[in-house]
Design a binder for this molecule. Structure first.
Ligand SMILES: C[S@@+](CC[C@H](N)C(=O)[O-])C[C@H]1O[C@@H](n2cnc3c(N)ncnc32)[C@H](O)[C@@H]1O
Ligand code: SF4
Length: 447
């Protein structure tokens, strides 16, 4: 890849886990809207649930998640009380039990919860939803700090997919990012979950960290392959030290530059593809018999998913929900979140009601991010003339010089992102983002 192309397309852009992206939500959409949206959910609505646990034992210095470190359990225990209360409040607002096809505990590190609290949250959830037999029930685990009792508790409440953070196994990298995690410990945690019947495993990796090289990334992938994960997520390190002050602790002089980042991403992707994994969207890899490799891929706040529920209920501080009418986000700080819930209110602080133009662009961006395709026919079928502006924009893009990153669809249905363009798909998607640069928001590097 020529450096000029990297310069042209690897600028800072959103990750597009939603459109519009969260910085464009506003307080114009809040509790009142959410309450009426929840009340209007049909009895046969199929839900997806996300529960956020914003605590970890210690902070990794690269971390971009909404979390904080705690040495004591007391704030976690208090938080769980509020989470349980929020489940009750949402339950009341929905006005009856609904079915759920997806449940995801994310963070932070939900594995910080004590076994008793895991059981309590799991039981309370089942008051809100009937979790279907073939539901995907996932939990994000920090393998450095989970024991057998917690593992058993997650399995007992129905968890069937484990997601573990690894990032990199190289000692020098681990030291620089303040995350010492042995291969043996990681393997034993995965084995424990498998022993308890939790068969599906996702492993998170990051490239672009201090001291990483193509070789170190390649070695980590070799070790990861021995663990036989069903999915691998390979994220480009998002370095935003102006906003995330703990990232300033990283030795930034040892961060790889754009060309090296690009080479690491490709090297890792090639190793995974050569090992038989199917490449999904920008940064996920799935074994060929995994749903993500076979199914209809969607994008939401957890990244790539098979979740097509259309209704995502987010619970916990900062959690984002997606309703047919738009997005809602809970108060981000745990203090404000807990204050709202303790007062018996839904914790919604901001949101966004979707206009038709938002729906059109959201569909375009999701299809590009997931299937690397601009779906002209689907747009015209679903939105008629209202889609003509966006279709014209796509044709203009195809006529312009895009260095081979896109090509016309062979069946005449819009355009496709080429393999060369895959790592730049966020930049290509940003062409259709009507909110880009309309607020003071910092994004991470495009590759
Ligand atoms: C909530 S953590 C996963 C669970 C658990 N807390 C752990 O770290 O093991 C989510 C994942 O996001 C990724 N991540 C966190 N900060 C990131 C950043 N600044 N840039 C890119 N990826 C990041 C890491 O791969 C991490 O495993
Ligand atoms: S990467 Fe995971 S364990 Fe590390 S601080 Fe972030 S959420 Fe916590």
């Amino acid at each position: 890849m020529q450096p000029e192309i990297l310069k042209r397309y690897a600028g800072a852009v959103p990750r597009y886990t939603s459109y519009p992206t969260a910085p464009h939500f506003s307080e114009r959409t809040g509790v009142a809207e959410y309450r009426s949206w929840l009340a209007g959910l049909p009895v046969d609505a199929r839900l997806s649930l996300y529960l956020h646990v914003p605590y970890c034992d210690e902070l990794c210095w690269y971390c971009g998640c909404n979390t904080k470190a705690t040495q004591k359990y007391e704030p976690v225990g208090k938080y769980v009380e509020h989470l349980i209360k929020e489940i009750d409040l949402v339950c009341e607002a929905v006005g009856g039990k609904r079915a759920a096809d997806h449940v995801h505990f994310g963070g932070g590190s939900p594995s910080i919860l004590g076994a008793e609290d895991i059981h309590r949250v799991g039981e309370r959830l089942r008051r809100l939803v009937d979790v279907s037999d073939d539901a995907e029930f996932a939990v994000e685990v920090d393998p450095r700090a989970i024991d057998e009792e917690r593992t058993a508790a997650f399995a007992a409440i129905g968890v069937n997919r484990l997601s573990v953070g690894v990032q990199d196994f190289a000692a020098q990298v681990q030291l620089a990012i303040n995350r010492i995690q042995s291969y043996e410990k990681t393997r034993s945690v995965i084995e424990d979950f498998r022993k308890h019947g939790v068969e599906s495993v996702n492993i998170d990796l990051v490239y672009g960290l201090p001291f990483q090289t193509q070789d170190s990334v390649g070695q980590t992938i070799e070790q990861v392959l021995q663990l036989q994960p069903d999915r691998v997520a390979l994220f480009g390190y998002a370095h935003l030290p102006e906003r995330l002050t703990h990232q300033r602790l990283l030795p930034s002089e040892h961060l790889p530059g754009p060309e090296e980042r690009f080479a690491q991403a490709n090297h890792a992707a090639d190793a995974l593809v050569n090992a038989g994994y199917v490449r999904v969207g920008l940064d996920h890899f799935a074994s060929p018999d995994d749903r993500l490799a076979k199914g209809d891929v969607r994008r939401n706040f957890q990244g790539y998913t098979t979740d097509d529920a259309g209704v995502l209920i987010g619970m916990g501080a900062s959690a984002i929900g997606r309703m047919p009418q738009g997005y809602v986000q809970n108060a981000v700080s745990t203090a404000e979140y807990q204050r709202r819930v303790a007062a018996g209110k839904l914790a919604t602080q901001r949101g966004h009601a979707m206009s038709q133009d938002d729906e059109i662009r959201s569909l375009v961006i999701e299809r590009l991010m997931c299937g690397l395709h601009f779906p002209e026919r689907e747009l015209v079928q679903r939105f008629g003339d209202a889609a003509s502006g966006v279709v014209e924009q796509a044709r203009d893009l195809l006529r312009s010089e895009t260095d081979g990153l896109i090509c016309a669809d062979p069946d005449g249905d819009g355009f496709r992102v080429t393999e060369k363009g895959r790592l730049f798909v966020r930049t290509l998607a940003s062409v259709f983002d009507a909110y880009l640069n309309t607020a003071e928001v910092r994004h991470s590097a495009g590759v």
